[in-house]
Design a protein around this ligand. Structure first.
Ligand code: CP
Ligand code: NVA
Length: 306
């Protein structure tokens, strides 16, 4: 298939479906996979904090019979300026796969270019494909395998989550509406690529600054924090700029009757989403978090199984 998992955009709809089918089988029959990656080691490089990504990859690797190494960039020489080129070449001599969470997206693409082992994007400033793939897998479980014609609405910051959801929608046949304040729009290059993918797949991409327009009739309403990791200094300004962008009961009432609420977590109750919504029956946040484990096991098996 592919050496790496950097963007959903790089994968065809059929390949995404293969990952979903494998994730569903791994979820239903975990015992059948307990030796699939026996003797293999995954290096997990983190420049940023993590709860879900770290734990789900480490547990996932253990459950597949392998081993995971947690490498904080503060502790390895990469954090002191050792070139990515040398890091990638050296790690490739020891380990069987790399998962990396970095600030610059180029760090992950460079790791992929210079390493001889698979590289998985565990979140960059540009994208978060493991999470978006998991969110669509969660929708696939919830609504059934045919997602064609369904609509996902993402509201809030045009950030890494928005980008990966944009890339993923056409792969599962869904329409996507993204609503952001004018000053916080998605990267135009990502939007153009997602639009081209959507045109080829016959799905729709709607970019708007109206939360109401995006959410109208949606099957999924998703949001994310207003200030992502690395944007802490802007947090206060963003609180003001995003005033009125909270997903609350009123916003959810504009979506479809059976609509579900998604959030990659961590969340700030009372900011981008009300507690009433995130803790309601409509919310599937813990299914998303759990499914990170199953989907990432499927990704690791797809890339690393010999
Ligand atoms: N959703 C997500 O990636 O969570 P962590 O930052 O805890 O890994
Ligand atoms: N957009 C958030 C996602 C965290 C999982 C961030 O980058 O901090």
């Amino acid at each position: 298939m592919h050496k790496d998992f950097i963007e959903i955009h790089d994968y065809s709809a059929a390949e995404v479906m293969q990952i979903f089918e494998l994730a569903a089988d791994i979820k239903a029959n975990p015992q059948s996979y307990r030796r699939t990656l026996e003797g293999q080691t995954l290096a997990m490089i983190f420049e940023k904090s993590s709860t879900r990504t770290r734990v789900s990859f480490e547990v996932g690797m253990f459950q597949l019979g392998g081993h995971a190494l947690f490498l904080s960039s503060r502790d390895i020489q990469l954090g002191r300026g050792e070139p990515i080129y040398d890091t990638a070449k050296v790690l490739s001599r020891y380990i069987d796969g790399i998962m990396a969470r970095t600030f610059a997206h180029k760090t992950v693409t460079d790791l992929a270019e210079y390493s001889t082992v698979p590289v998985i994007n565990g979140l960059t400033d540009l994208s978060h494909p493991c999470q978006a793939t998991t969110d669509y897998f969660t929708a696939w479980e919830h609504f059934g395998k045919n997602l064609k014609g369904r609509k996902i609405a993402y509201v809030g910051d045009g950030n890494n989550m928005a980008h990966s959801l944009l890339f993923g929608a056409s792969k599962v046949g869904m329409d996507i509406a993204i609503a952001t304040p004018a000053a916080y729009q998605c990267d135009p290059v990502v939007v153009a690529q997602a639009q081209a993918d959507a045109d080829a797949a016959g799905t729709r991409v709607i970019i708007t600054s109206s939360m109401e327009e995006a959410v109208a009739g949606a099957d999924i309403v998703e949001t994310d924090v207003w200030a992502s990791m690395g944007q802490e200094a802007e947090a206060q300004k963003r609180q003001q700029d995003f005033a009125g962008w909270k997903v609350d009961k009123r916003v959810m009432s504009l979506a479809g009757k059976e609509a579900i609420f998604m959030h990659c977590l961590p969340a700030h109750r009372g900011e981008e989403v009300s507690a009433e919504v995130i803790d309601s029956e409509q919310s599937v946040i813990y299914d998303e978090a759990e499914n990170r484990l199953h989907v990432q096991k499927a990704i690791m098996v797809t890339l690393m199984k010999r």
